[in-house]
Design a protein around this ligand. Structure first.
Ligand code: FAD
Length: 327
């Protein structure tokens, strides 16, 4: 499959990138590593008139520790760089675990953290060639007005299928976004809409520039578990991240998040209450497993049945809690 034709813009600063976004709003698409965007363009899921290749913006490739505040990660930092970072492995292990499960080593060399956070939602009725989609009458997410997953429904249920956002939610990550009015910050938990066809709260001329991990969550123990068909490469069909502040035998604070089973990644709201002040054991891990499965809404958007994916959320939540708890 060939790419559609487009004009390529290569800014070297964030200000220049935003200028292009403002000038061509609605007709321009940001390209970071391109590992998801390029195949999608070949399938004609995106046919932008302009492609904004941001890889020349050096400041977005930096990763560093701000003493007392935490870690600052440029949107262009690759997943391999996170995987290779000893600091991330020791201080933010849940992110390290999630990053190293994304795709394959070669894709992680190209794929960026920013691209992973902004990844398009996925559905078996959407991630197909133009001919395939046309033969089915298209769908709400692209070119059509019907949903094959929830017939009669008016919204898109495509699943958010990136791994690292579940880990980042557990770390209370914050995003810095650049746009025509300057820079703004938002918590990752407030970034997603929960709607498949318009997945994130980013205006047409805005871009993600940096990710902040707070010092308060450094040193939390972590685990990430993921369901996929081929262990070596596939997108998640269900994912569970767990981060525990547990300096001794009891949990002092906790976060659990799920991905790939809803149109957005979500924190499990009752998880901290169920774990704080307790020891990690079979019982507390089983409670978390039930809570995680309760907010999972897998539909027929992905390979494997919804029932199996929900069951695996349960299995993985339990395993991740026990692993993070050191059991
Ligand atoms: C075979 C295969 C397997 C894969 N498996 C996985 C997997 O297991 N887990 C997983 O999470 N992903 C997987 N991916 C998807 C992809 O490789 C990763 O999600 C990667 O991190 C995407 O980053 P990127 O820089 O390549 O993004 P791109 O493809 O460049 O961009 C992805 C989307 O984000 C937008 N975007 C990128 N950067 C910004 C920014 N700074 N501001 C605003 N918008 C931005 C783009 O416009 C585009 O819509 C897989 C891809 C392939 C081809």
């Amino acid at each position: 499959m060939s790419l559609p034709s487009f004009k390529l813009m290569r800014p070297s600063t964030v200000a220049e990138a935003v200028e292009h976004l403002v000038k061509h709003a609605g007709k321009i698409q940001i390209l970071a590593g391109g590992t998801d965007l390029i195949p999608s363009m070949k399938q004609r899921l995106f046919e932008p008139e302009f492609v904004l290749d941001i890889r020349g913006i050096e400041e977005l490739q930096k990763i560093g520790v701000v003493p007392g505040l935490g870690m600052e990660i440029g949107a262009l930092v690759t997943l391999s760089k996170l995987e290779d970072s000893e600091y991330v492995r020791q201080r933010y292990p849940v992110l390290h675990e999630a990053a190293k499960t994304v795709a394959s080593p070669i894709l992680r060399n190209m794929g960026t953290l920013g691209g992973n956070i902004c990844l398009d939602t996925r559905c078996v009725w959407y991630n197909q060639s133009l001919t395939w989609r046309k033969s089915c009458g298209f769908c709400i997410k692209k070119d059509g007005d019907l949903c094959h997953v929830a017939p009669g429904g008016k919204r898109c249920w495509a699943a958010f299928s990136a791994d690292t956002p579940a880990a980042l939610l557990c770390l209370n990550a914050e995003l810095e976004i650049a746009g025509p009015r300057g820079f703004r910050r938002t918590l990752l938990k407030d970034f997603y809409t929960g709607v498949g066809e318009a997945r994130m709260k980013l205006e047409a001329a805005e871009m993600l520039v940096r990710i902040f991990l707070p010092e308060s969550h450094a040193g939390w123990k972590g685990a990430y578990k993921k369901l996929r068909i081929r262990g070596s490469i596939d997108y998640p069909l269900a994912g569970v991240a767990v981060a525990l502040k547990k300096p001794g035998s009891k949990v002092e604070d906790a976060r659990v998040a799920i991905t790939a089973v809803n149109p957005a990644p979500y924190l499990v709201p009752e998880a901290p209450h169920a774990l704080i002040g307790r020891t990690v054991d079979e019982h507390s891990a089983t409670v978390i497993a039930e809570l995680a499965a309760h907010i999972a809404r897998p539909l027929t958007t992905s390979a494997l049945t919804p029932e199996y994916r929900r069951e695996m959320v349960k299995v993985f939540a339990k395993r991740a809690v026990l692993e993070a708890g050191g059991n």
